[in-house]
Design a protein around this ligand. Structure first.
Ligand SMILES: NC(=O)c1ccc[n+]([C@@H]2O[C@H](COP(=O)([O-])OP(=O)(O)OC[C@H]3O[C@@H](n4cnc5c(N)ncnc54)[C@H](O)[C@@H]3O)[C@@H](O)[C@H]2O)c1
Length: 256
């Protein structure tokens, strides 16, 4: 019942993990605000939430733009008159190349999207989240815990998200706000599909997929709903004593 009084904001909610997370929150009766750049995708998410029996509203915003983030948080507060849970999910994978070949422009884009946005979303939202048994979940990655060849910039950005998560958890531990990170391994979403589609040869693409699946001890990658379930758990009263942690949802990817 306590969860059903809550309002959640999910960034990057137009596809993948963000969309699945919005639907799982909505199914549990939590009012949902989904944000992102892709208005059509956000409409689709709102519809999925409604079909699951929930309520949702969308706010279009580019989280690589600081002014957009401030506006987004202000609008989100106005939608249902409160905000209790923030899921910083939006992210970009950047370039896959050895470090020397990574472009400065791509570094900037990845850090603006994956790190600065998490900092600013928390900075603007936290004053409204204190003392209401709310929670923040930042979506990091297995690449925030271990290195992934060819992904130096992405891994650096996700390591940064984990560091920021730990300190935010410490800063607000006595103020009624918990802050945690979820570290997915491979998840079957448009982001991962884009990655494989960038391999032109179909045989090489198939082999890359098989090899990637095999790096997950369970033998497959995740469905977005499996990551969403962990996010919702961390925001629930069942996780009342969990803060500052990183929860891997990766089929054992970082365990070996
Ligand atoms: N798919 C994986 O294998 C995987 C693995 C580990 C971590 N993750 C993380 O999970 C999160 C969700 O990714 P996904 O796999 O669902 O991919 P996705 O591409 O489906 O979702 C990413 C979302 O972020 C949004 N986004 C990107 N840049 C944005 C911007 N500037 N402004 C607003 N929205 C923006 C996209 O529109 C999209 O909705 C990301 O943070 C990603 O790094 C994904």
């Amino acid at each position: 019942m306590e969860m059903q009084q809550k309002v959640v904001l999910v960034t990057g909610g137009s596809s993948g993990v963000g969309q699945a997370t919005a639907v799982v929150f909505g199914r549990q009766g939590i009012r949902v605000i989904v944000t992102g750049r892709n208005s059509k995708g956000l409409d689709e998410t709102v519809e999925h939430v409604r079909q699951a029996g929930g309520v949702a509203q969308k706010i279009t915003a580019d989280i690589s733009e600081p002014n957009d983030i401030q506006r987004m948080i202000e609008q989100a507060l106005a939608v249902y008159g409160q905000l209790d849970i923030l899921v910083n999910n939006a992210g970009t994978q950047g370039e896959v190349a050895p470090l020397v070949d990574q472009r400065l422009a791509s570094f900037q884009e990845v850090f603006d999207t994956n790190v600065r946005s998490v900092f600013l979303c928390m900075k603007y939202a936290i004053p409204h989240l204190l003392n209401q048994r709310g929670a923040i979940v930042n979506i990091a990655s297995g690449g925030g815990l271990v290195g992934v060849p060819g992904a130096s910039v992405y891994c650096a950005s996700k390591h940064a998200v984990i560091g920021m998560t730990k300190v935010a958890a410490l800063d607000y531990a006595t103020a009624g706000l918990r802050v945690n990170a979820v570290c997915p391994g491979g998840v079957d979403t448009p982001m991962l599909q884009r990655f494989f589609e960038s391999i032109p040869d179909p045989d090489a693409r198939r082999q890359a997929r098989e090899e990637f699946n095999a790096t997950h001890p369970i033998g497959r990658i995740a469905k977005p709903e499996e990551v969403a379930a962990a996010v919702v758990f961390l925001c629930s009263p069942d996780a009342a004593f969990i803060t500052g942690t990183t929860l891997s949802v990766d089929g054992g990817y970082v365990a070996h």
